[in-house]
Design a protein around this ligand. Structure first.
Ligand SMILES: [Zn+2]
Length: 368
């Protein structure tokens, strides 16, 4: 190329680069480069939006009068903030929260079964598969959005999932999916474990196994948190389980405490991410649950096909691409099956093009 041509060529190249940066390319003009997706099992929308339920704060559910103050405020707004301060002071202030049925925002499952494996599978795959009809440890025949993303070059080796429940290796199909899945009491493996990770491995070994299928949430959270800080994956999934376990056990006090611990774990994760250049201003947070539960006075302990109200869930989003519309009211119904494509859409990826039966992205949250 002679000098005269190159004098023309360079400004032209610059212009082209400028244009392509503004075009809706694979990144869609969005700012999200990383996803933090945290779920807690079977936490009702009722507690998320109203805080503690007075009718359930009774001795037979594990709450003495002296303990009520820990969770009690007069108004639902003050009660929910006492229960989940990070969700209400930060996520609702900067993002969006769906599922308050009292205010015309309905979030539901579409699987009709209202228990865990179908709920997680619907969340990750974007549709309810009638073959997923038990909590048995059967490898998921369907590809999840996490596996789909991990199969694309920008995300390969950049996905990691941590689940308290030991069924996650099946739900995410660990044998096939190609990314790290750590669940239940499993130690983290590897030659270069940090001292903290080695300690967490020992604690999983040494701590009483109150439930066979999952440890206390702190062990799972700290394992995920340590991995997050040291390995810095672009897509981190974390699922906690105590909210469901204590509810099944009839311990409303510990169910509430677990909800509070979930909120605190999310805060720690988010604030740590914001202190890291790789994540600051480039990370979207998604929060959800896998199913609802029944109503007071007794059905709150359970959930399932025959438990009225347990199809109702909630979900929340916050990040650089989510308009700060706060607690949503009078919205179109959103479904669990929309989460997979919404997660992908934050990254500028069209999951529904690959999986047409998946629910469509919730555009209100991916729209700055
Ligand atoms: Zn569950």
């Amino acid at each position: 190329m002679n000098t005269r041509n190159s004098r023309l060529f360079l400004p032209l190249l610059f212009l082209l680069l400028l244009l392509s940066a503004h075009a809706k390319g694979p990144e869609g003009g969005l700012h999200t480069r990383n996803i933090l997706f945290v779920m807690t099992d079977g936490l009702r929308w009722q507690e998320v939006f109203h805080g503690a339920d007075e009718a359930l704060m009774v001795k037979e559910n594990g709450i003495d009068d002296s303990e009520k103050a820990k969770f009690w405020q007069e108004t639902p707004e003050a009660r929910r903030e006492l229960l989940m301060p990070f969700l209400w002071r930060t996520v609702a202030a900067q993002g969006q929260v769906f599922g308050n049925q009292d205010k015309g925002s309905v979030a539901v499952l579409t699987n009709g079964l209202n228990f865990s494996y179908p709920g997680y599978s619907e969340t990750f795959c974007g549709f309810a598969d009638p073959r997923i009809n038990s909590n048995a440890k059967k490898p998921n025949p369907n590809v999840t959005v996490l596996e789909w993303l991990n199969g694309k070059s920008p995300y390969r080796g950049e996905v990691a999932a941590f689940g308290a429940w030991d069924v996650f290796p099946s739900i995410l199909n660990r044998r096939r999916c190609g990314f790290l899945v750590n669940a239940g009491y499993e130690p983290m493996e590897g030659k270069r474990l940090s001292p903290t990770m080695a300690l967490l491995n020992r604690l999983k070994q040494e701590t009483i196994r109150y439930w066979g299928g999952e440890p206390f949430d702190s062990l799972t959270f700290e394992t995920a948190f340590e991995y997050f800080k040291t390995e810095k994956p672009r897509i981190l999934y974390l699922s906690l389980g105590e909210t469901d376990e204590w509810a099944h056990g009839g311990r409303y006090d510990l169910y509430l405490e677990s909800a509070r611990n979930f909120d605190a774990a999310v805060k720690t994760l988010w604030e740590t991410a914001q202190s890291m250049p790789r994540y600051r201003g480039k990370t979207t947070l998604i929060l959800a649950t896998d199913h609802g539960r029944g109503l007071a006075p007794d059905a709150w302990k359970g959930h399932g096909q025959d438990v009225q109200g347990s199809e109702a869930v909630w979900m929340a989003f916050m990040g650089p691409d989510t308009p700060a519309l706060g607690e949503r009211t009078q919205t179109e119904q959103v479904t669990q099956s929309q989460i997979a494509s919404t997660l992908a859409a934050f990254l500028g990826e069209d999951y529904c093009a690959a999986v047409p039966q998946a629910g469509k992205p919730i555009l209100d949250v991916v729209g700055r």
